[in-house]
Each structure stands twice: as structure tokens, then as C-alpha cells.
Design a protein around this ligand. Structure first.
Ligand SMILES: Nc1ncnc2c1ncn2[C@@H]1O[C@H](COP(=O)(O)OP(=O)(O)O)[C@@H](O)[C@H]1O
Ligand SMILES: [Mg+2]
Length: 416
């Protein structure tokens, strides 16, 4: 478009608002992450939109002056309508052909364009002058529409207060057994950037890693990320490369972690994140979008002290609700009588406490020999304990089984 100054005509909000007022205004968050493409030739409009997008979290946006060939990495297109172009109905039709949710942005839009917009079910038309008031609300409506169409997996993070507690072993068992119990798509993210061990525990050979996905985030759509993950039937793993965190250049790509996690959330039924390095600045975005936390502890004072500090950090600093936290006492033994499950429940002030028994043979054969599921199924005790955690914690469609007389009499391994 010729250099007509749209600001003079339509009173656009000033792009500098985001820098000066932006820090004062509280950012608003969309219900799902949206990747938005704005088709727009006008620099003033781009600046004004950028300042508005910068007030919203859970969104990333890109500008293009024409419709690109590939749209699959975007969730929504905003088509800016300038009065001196007349191929908009065609662009609207092409976007509709690709099932791309579309918004129009412009003033005094010509009747033939409005007709095309209605015919091809454009989501909404926003006047330039109302961007400030309407952009967030309209994006929220679009996000909710998209949400209805897609499955969005919750993320459950498995964290230890202290390394070596068994967070990775338990994540592996939970992933393996839940994928075996149902048809749902289970994704595992190994977020231990130093000693990522899930691939070994699950006997999966990974050749695509978390850091690779972060580096090429712009190229990955939700389907691509699913196909790049290491897969066995309905269980997928995004593995971690050893010592990934020592590379400073690489660390910058972790700013995309939340975006990547959203791509994995879409199209799976459940995501488990192995945060067995505890809370860590680089992987914090995973914590903030997790809906539940399983904290793995052991039956000793040091472990409980560390877990208490972790729970405090999660609840008081990160604002996580206590009801989202559950405890797994790993390597549990009834013989240790000075610290019982009830003592742990009271000490940590958490309602749900599960346990997983000590089984050195199983744990080491999972890590060293492979065939974890076969070994797990063979080991009736750990299998049953893990099943109890899955049934009481995971939002999965599990087949209903009739309770045996034994379980009626003695219940599961939750001390709730
Ligand atoms: N229930 C268990 N019984 C026996 N050994 C276990 C158990 N859980 C974990 N282990 C072993 O303890 C070690 C540490 O476990 P890991 O899962 O790597 O801990 P984390 O991820 O919390 O650092 C591993 O060698 C693992 O095989
Ligand atoms: Mg680990």
C-alpha cells in the first residue's frame, strides 16, 4: 500500500504504549497458546498490533505482507483490509479452503469483502479503532473455539526434592503403564537437561531431542512435533540430550519452551514432564503450565526437608494451589517404622500420599536391560502401586474393572 498514514485516519493506539504503559498494565493470558499470522502491509498497523499483542501472554505473532504458501504452523490469521486492494475475497476463500480461522481487521470494509467474510465463516471483523478494546476478547473467543475442536492434554510434572529420589524411574513407569492401560496418547518430556535418562529407562532410541525442537520451533506445527518425538505405540517421548544446559547459546532457545509445550499439549491426551533436576530457571515455564505435581520423596528426614522446601517454593512463590500437589513416597518400606506414611502426610501437609515399594532388581533391570513394561507387568506389587496412582490422578479413559475381593478389603496404596 502507498504510504498513507493510517494513524491519522483511524486513530490507532500508539505502538509505544507497550513499552511505557505495558509494564504497568497486567498482561492477560489466552486459554490456549495461539500462533497468529497477521497479513498486513502497513507498518503503522503492524506497530499498533505489536503493542497490543505484547500485552497478551500465551500468544506469538508474525507479520507477512501476503498470504504465505504454508500456514500449518499457525492457529489463526488476522487479515488486515486496506481499501485500495481488491483481492481480499480470494484471500478469504483460500484461508477458508485451508480451514484457517480468520479475523478481518479494518474500517469501512467494502460490501463484497464483508459478504465473502460471511460466506466463508470469518470469525469476526474488528475495526481498527477498537483494537485496544477488542483484540484480547476476540482472540479469547477464537482460542475457545479452537479449544472445542482439539484435544488439549494437561501437563503433570513429576519433581523430586532431591536428585536420586526416583522421579525419572517413576515417570517412566507411569508413562509406560498408562499407555498400556488405555488407547490415549501419552507424551513424556524429559526436562532433566543434565542427566536425561527417560530414553534409557523406556528402552527407546531417541534421535530427536528437546533442544532440537526448541531450535526449530518456528518450523514445527503440532503435527510435526508429534511425528518427531520418539514413539512406541501410544507413548511418545521428547528426550533430553546429556549436558544440554552447558551450552549458553542453546539456553536462549528455552524462551520457546512454553510454546513447544503447547504444541505437545495439542493432539495428546496427557503430558508427563520429568523435572528430576528440581525447580530450574530454564524449565520453569513447564511448571507454570502444569495442572498437577507429583513430588517424589523417600522415607528419610533429608528427603522430607527438601520436599517441604520445594512445596513452599511452589505454593508461596509460584502461587500453585496445594490441592494440585500429590506426594509419592518412593522405595517405601513398611519396615521403616520411625517415618510412616501418615507422618509424611502430616509433615508435608499434603492430602494425597501414594507409595511405590523398593525393588532394586526391577529398577536396575529397567535401566540396564530394557523391556521395562514386561518387567513391570511381571512385578505385581509395583505394577499395582503405579496403577493406583494413575487411576487416582490421571484424567484418562481407563477401562472399568470389577474390584476384587482383596482390593475391596484392603484398598489401594493411597493413604488418603
Ligand atoms: N522403587 C525403586 N526401587 C529400587 N530402585 C529404585 C526405585 N526407584 C528408583 N530407583 C533407582 O534409584 C536411582 C535413582 O532414580 P532416578 O529415577 O534416576 O532418580 P531421579 O530422577 O529422581 O534423580 C536409579 O538407579 C533407579 O533405578
Ligand atoms: Mg532423573
Amino acid at each position: 500500500m502507498k504510504n498513507k498514514n493510517i494513524n491519522n485516519v483511524v486513530d490507532l493506539p500508539d505502538a509505544r504504549l507497550a513499552e511505557t504503559d505495558g509494564s504497568v498494565k497486567k498482561k492477560q493470558s489466552l486459554p490456549i497458546h495461539l500462533s497468529v499470522l497477521v497479513i498486513c502491509t502497513e507498518l503503522n498497523v503492524q506497530l499498533a498490533l505489536s503493542s497490543q499483542f505484547n500485552l497478551i501472554t500465551n500468544v506469538n505473532f508474525e507479520f507477512s505482507d501476503q498470504m504465505p504458501k504454508h500456514l500449518s504452523q499457525f492457529d489463526l490469521v488476522i487479515l488486515t483490509v486496506n481499501s485500495d486492494k481488491d483481492n481480499y475475497p480470494l484471500v478469504i476463500e483460500k484461508l477458508a479452503d485451508q480451514n484457517m480461522p480468520t479475523l478481518l481487521l479494518g474500517d469501512g470494509i467494502a460490501a463484497n469483502i464483508v459478504r465473502a467474510a460471511m460466506h466463508f465463516h470469518v470469525q469476526d471483523i474488528i475495526p481498527f479503532k477498537n483494537i485496544e478494546q477488542e483484540l484480547f476478547n476476540t482472540l479469547t473467543i477464537c482460542a475457545n473455539e479452537i479449544l472445542k475442536e482439539k484435544k488439549v492434554a494437561p501437563i503433570i510434572s513429576i519433581i523430586n526434592g532431591k536428585s536420586g529420589s526416583g522421579a525419572s524411574f517413576i515417570t517412566g513407569c507411569l508413562g509406560e503403564i498408562s499407555a498400556d492401560l488405555c488407547q490415549d496418547e501419552i507424551a513424556l518430556i524429559d526436562a532433566d537437561l543434565h542427566y536425561g535418562s527417560l530414553a534409557d529407562i523406556l528402552n527407546l532410541e531417541a534421535n530427536y531431542f528437546l533442544t532440537d525442537a526448541l531450535n526449530e520451533i518456528d518450523k514445527l506445527d503440532n503435527v510435526a512435533i508429534k511425528s518427531m518425538m520418539t514413539k512406541r505405540k501410544n507413548l511418545s517421548l521428547l528426550a533430553s540430550k546429556a549436558y544440554a544446559q552447558l551450552d549458553n547459546e542453546q539456553n536462549k532457545s528455552f524462551e520457546h519452551l512454553e510454546r513447544l509445550a503447547w504444541k505437545i499439549k495439542l493432539n495428546h491426551d496427557l503430558v508427563l514432564a520429568d523435572l528430576s533436576r528440581g525447580l530450574d530457571l530454564l524449565t520453569l515455564p513447564l511448571v507454570s503450565i502444569s495442572s498437577q505435581f507429583l513430588i517424589v520423596v523417600q522415607q528419610n528426614i533429608v528427603s522430607l526437608r527438601e520436599a517441604k522446601a520445594l512445596i513452599q517454593q511452589l505454593t508461596q512463590v509460584m502461587g500453585i494451589n496445594k490441592s494440585a500437589i500429590k506426594i509419592i513416597v518412593n522405595r517405601y518400606s513398611k519396615k521403616v517404622t520411625n517415618i510412616t506414611l501418615n507422618d509424611i502426610k502430616k509433615a508435608l501437609a499434603i492430602e494425597s500420599v501414594f507409595y511405590v515399594s523398593n525393588n532394586y532388581q526391577l529398577a536396575s533391570s529397567c535401566t540396564d536391560l530394557g523391556y521395562p513394561l514386561a518387567k513391570l507387568t511381571e512385578n505385581k506389587i509395583i505394577h499395582k502401586e503405579i496403577c493406583t496412582i494413575i487411576k487416582q490422578t490421571f484424567p484418562l479413559k481407563l477401562p472399568v474393572e470389577k474390584p476384587s475381593l482383596f482390593s475391596k478389603l484392603f484398598g489401594g496404596n493411597n493413604v488418603r
